[in-house]
Write a new protein. Sequence first.
Length: 130
Amino acid sequence: MRLKRTYSSREVAALTGLTARQLQIWDSGGLLSPAIPPHRTEAGGYTERRYTPIELIELMVLADLRRRGFTVHQLHVVLDALKSQFSTRLFEATGGGGAVQLLTDGREIYARTASGEFYNLLKAPGQPYS
């Protein structure tokens, strides 16, 4: 797949399996907002949301986690924990070369640090697994 500079909501929906409405809800709910938000045009309509390749990959991961049964609230918790505890984005934790790696067993979502510590992001994101 050749990456573009930005992707429209329609392109993101086709690539992720999410609906345009889900993207809109996730944006308004603060889960993941596009780099270029919609804005009103002079004709009275709105432009489409535009997502970067990094946001597209993050949406693919979030869509996959959603299909695996994780709730939108749990996805918020994961993104918040990655940001606050590890100062990293989802993209970096899913193969983007970050110091933290995101893992799941289908029931929980974990972060593994470069030093080998594991954190349960849904239960105790600030405490390493013992």
